[in-house]
Design a protein around this ligand. Structure first.
Ligand code: PLP
Length: 471
């Protein structure tokens, strides 16, 4: 007899479940006071975790302790002080959904295996389509993240516009777009020279005139421009490309318009976002990342396609051993026919459960709050002597730097970022804009509220003052 059998007894299941839930609750309830980063000893801990598979098992409580410690020794991306990159958060209710999904372990990707489970995911995907007023024949898939969604978008566009021979195809995205937009083109088989990075204007939005000129030049050279990816919120600064104008040009040239709305997409549920993203409803496809501005835990991206059949055309490959599963397509999609994946986790529950439980209004209110917080942060930084804030935020990312009286500004700002993060109350990241190193703060998490942003302003101001005075 093994002391820890593969199927625990009912009593053991109960006690392991309770201990796990208690740990997660304690972690989440402690987030407001926990450090924004705690990396001391993290690499040494990682070293200790390199081991061969044990022949005999160990007590569950001991393993929970290991997971808790490994999670603690990290940048605290779930906490209210995390303002780096594009924050997420991770809803508790989605964590419960994951437990349910894995507990029942239903097969979601073939509708015939569990029709109602597949429909729950299809309903969640439809809600994403509704966010952009997509028609009834739109379809979509939940992916592991925005990068995979951008990749599948290129595959769908390539098939729709170029068919089997894509040797003359060219795709476009801006110099400020997320690296996954260009990477998707490379991995979908296009040489680097056929993935064009369009320059941006002063607001770091795609320069429409430059885009038009590049398309015209490529056509004149006998190439076939077939796709453009616009950003609805760049990672660097949240800048939103002129989607309507890019779309018009794309349609005039028989090109596929994809919008990478991995960061900004959910903001369309606000009145402000609706105006900001004008024209997105005509996009052929849109990437979303519910693990960003819908606060779902990591592992939840989405691709939605206006004319759903196009996505299926690019991905469906029949197999004899799946013939028993055919026949529901008219009513419930089999997601494996719309993506590269066959067996996978039931991602839809992570989205469906919280939206059903909290209601869309709770998400809309949270996003309105983030927009206000970013404007507040922008105004405060702009008013502080010595600070340069180059852009009004389109969304919730604010890039800034301090310009010291003399010396190397980049080196100063690198030290400033370190000081800010040493506070352990907020955690920011950096990027480069033009020639300059800049610090950026991005407000997305549902756990970040006014008190933390006011504190961030104080931390940034005091750190800059201290550094300017004493080095
Ligand atoms: C605009 C944008 N697109 C795509 C991605 C890639 O998404 P993921 O990290 O989910 O693969 C990101 C990630 O930050 C992003 O900000």
């Amino acid at each position: 007899m093994h002391p820890y059998p593969l199927e625990p007894t009912a009593a053991e299941m109960h006690s392991m479940g309770q201990a796990t839930l208690a740990l997660v609750e304690e972690f989440i309830n402690g987030l407001p006071e926990s450090p924004a980063a705690d990396l001391e000893g993290a690499v040494e801990l990682a070293d200790r975790l390199r081991e061969s598979a044990p022949e005999a098992g160990a007590p569950f409580s001991q393993l929970l302790d290991t997971v808790a410690l490994a999670s603690q020794k990290a940048i605290n991306n779930s906490g209210p002080g995390f303002l780096a990159y594009i924050p997420g958060g991770g809803l508790y209710t989605s964590a419960l959904a994951d437990l349910l999904a894995a507990g029942f372990n239903r097969y979601v990707n073939l509708a015939g295996m569990a029709p109602a489970i597949a429909q729950i995911e299809a309903t969640a995907v439809r809600w994403l389509c509704d966010l952009f007023d997509y028609p009834a024949d739109a379809r979509g898939v939940l992916t592991s993240g925005g990068s995979m969604a951008n990749f599948s978008a290129v595959v769908a566009a390539r098939k729709a516009k170029l068919g089997e021979d894509f040797s003359r195809g060219v795709l476009y995205t801006s110099q400020q777009s997320h690296a996954s937009c260009a990477k998707a083109g490379y991995l979908a088989g296009f040489p680097k020279a056929r993935v064009r990075l369009v320059p941006t204007d002063d607001s770091l939005r795609m320069d429409e005139a430059a885009f038009a000129a590049m398309v015209a030049a490529d056509r004149a050279a006998g190439l076939r421009p077939f796709m453009v990816t616009a950003s609805a919120g760049t990672t660097n600064t949240g800048s939103v490309d002129p989607i309507a104008a890019i779309g018009e040009l794309a349609r005039a040239n028989d090109m596929w318009l994809h919008v990478d709305a991995a960061y900004g997409g959910p903001f369309r549920m606000t009145e402000y976002g609706r105006k900001l993203f004008a024209g997105i409803e005509l996009a052929d496809s849109i990437t979303l990342d519910p693990h960003k501005a819908l606060f779902i835990p990591y592992g939840t991206g989405a691709l939605i396609v206006r004319e759903g059949a196009r996505l299926r055309d690019a991905h469906h490959v029949a197999a004899d051993y799946l013939q028993d599963m055919e026949g529901l397509e008219e009513r419930i999609p089999s997601f494996s026919e719309y993506s590269m994946e066959l067996s996978r986790d039931f991602r839809g529950l992570r989205l469906w459960l919280p939206i059903k439980l909290h209601g869309m209004a709770a998400f809309r209110d949270a996003l309105e709050e983030k927009l206000e917080l970013a404007r507040y942060l922008h105004d405060e930084l702009r008013a502080m002597p010595g600070f340069e804030v180059p852009l009004e935020p389109d969304l919730t990312a604010v890039a800034f730097r301090y310009v010291p009286d003399g010396g190397d500004a980049d080196a100063f700002n690198q030290r400033l970022l370190q000081r800010i993060n040493d506070s352990k109350r907020v955690f920011l990241s950096s990027t480069n804009l033009g020639e300059h190193f800049v610090i950026r703060a991005c407000v997305v998490s549902h756990r970040t509220h006014r008190d933390r942003i006011e504190e961030a302003v104080r931390i940034i101001r005091d750190a800059a003052r201290d550094l300017a005075a004493h080095g």
